[in-house]
Structure formats: structure tokens, C-alpha cells
Design a protein. Structure first.
Length: 175
């Protein structure tokens, strides 16, 4: 499948919001592995912030956005509690956020393409590591991350217990 990954632009925001809503509708009907909820996460504001900060990337197929990822250098506060393989102030580390694939394109290689892009982008930016967190029951995502060479580091509380999301696994890939 032909996938083009590029920096998200302001005129992508409406389509990204639709992708988030489509994915959350799909997750409500199926097994909601990430535990996301429509209107809570991900939402339009995540796309707006990512575009504004210049760190949101979109995967397009036939001109349509079928996936997206945000690569930030700002970790969740709980990341500081973990013993990472590589000690850093995050100036040379990227953190994966809001990693989404449209439900019509699940299991088509879009997630793998976005992960490969994230790793290559981080290497080109001379980062030393790439990190992410994943809800402990999100087995499909965990399988993908491990297949892409990410190593389990620790399990932490990201403060989302009131949404039923108590524990998140932290992963890191040294570059």
C-alpha cells in the first residue's frame, strides 16, 4: 500500500478530528484496547496543538489521512520515575503521542509505517532514544512496539485511573 507521511498542516485538522472520532466510535463497538473515549482523547485540540508545535505527522493514502503520530520532546511527568536505558534531559529523546490509525486501515501496515517513520525521523534528528507509553491491556500496540524493537522499561501510573486506565507500560528503543 502506498503511504506518504508528511508534517501535518492546519488544513488537516478537521480530517484528523474526524479520524479520532471514527477510531473512538470503532473502539466503542470493538475491544477498546487503548481505553480511549470519544470527547476525551484523542480530540481536536490534540491535532491543533500538534500542528501548532510542528510535531504532528500524518500518514496519507490516496490523499486521505489514514493515520497520525505526534513526536514530542516533552515526557509525561511519570516518565521521570522510570529507570531508562539512556539517561537524558529529553533534548535528545523523542516521545510518541497520539499514535492513531483509521479503523478502515487497521492491520494494513499503517501503524508499522508510522513507527518506522518515527524511528527514522528520530535518528535523522540525532536523538539517542525514542520512548512511548501504552495502556497495559493494549496488546495489539504492545506487539507492534516490540516487533519494532522497543524494550519494556517499567509500568507506571499516568494519573488516568478515573478513566479506568490504571497502569501504562513504558517502552524505549535506543537509536
Amino acid at each position: 500500500m502506498d503511504i506518504i507521511i508528511e508534517l501535518g498542516k492546519e488544513n488537516d485538522i478537521d480530517e484528523l478530528e474526524q479520524l479520532y472520532n471514527d477510531l473512538n466510535d470503532h473502539l466503542e463497538k470493538e475491544v477498546n484496547y487503548p481505553g480511549w473515549k470519544k470527547g476525551i482523547y484523542p480530540v481536536r485540540q490534540n491535532a491543533v496543538d500538534g500542528v501548532k508545535q510542528g510535531n504532528l505527522y500524518v500518514a496519507k493514502h490516496g490523499g486521505k489521512i489514514i493515520g497520525s503520530v505526534i513526536l514530542s520532546q516533552e515526557p509525561e511527568p511519570a516518565y521521570y520515575k522510570a529507570k531508562w536505558e539512556f539517561e537524558s534531559d529529553y533534548s535528545d529523546v523523542f516521545v510518541v503521542y497520539t499514535f492513531v490509525v483509521h479503523p478502515d486501515f487497521l492491520k494494513c501496515g499503517v501503524g508499522k509505517a508510522l513507527m518506522d517513520f518515527s524511528i527514522e525521523y528520530s535518528i535523522k534528528a540525532q536523538a539517542k532514544s525514542i520512548r512511548l507509553d501504552v495502556y497495559e491491556r493494549n496488546i495489539p500496540a504492545i506487539r507492534l512496539y516490540e516487533k519494532c524493537g522497543f524494550k519494556y522499561i517499567d509500568t507506571v501510573d499516568l494519573g488516568l485511573g478515573n478513566y479506568g486506565l490504571d497502569w501504562f507500560k513504558l517502552y524505549e528503543k535506543l537509536l
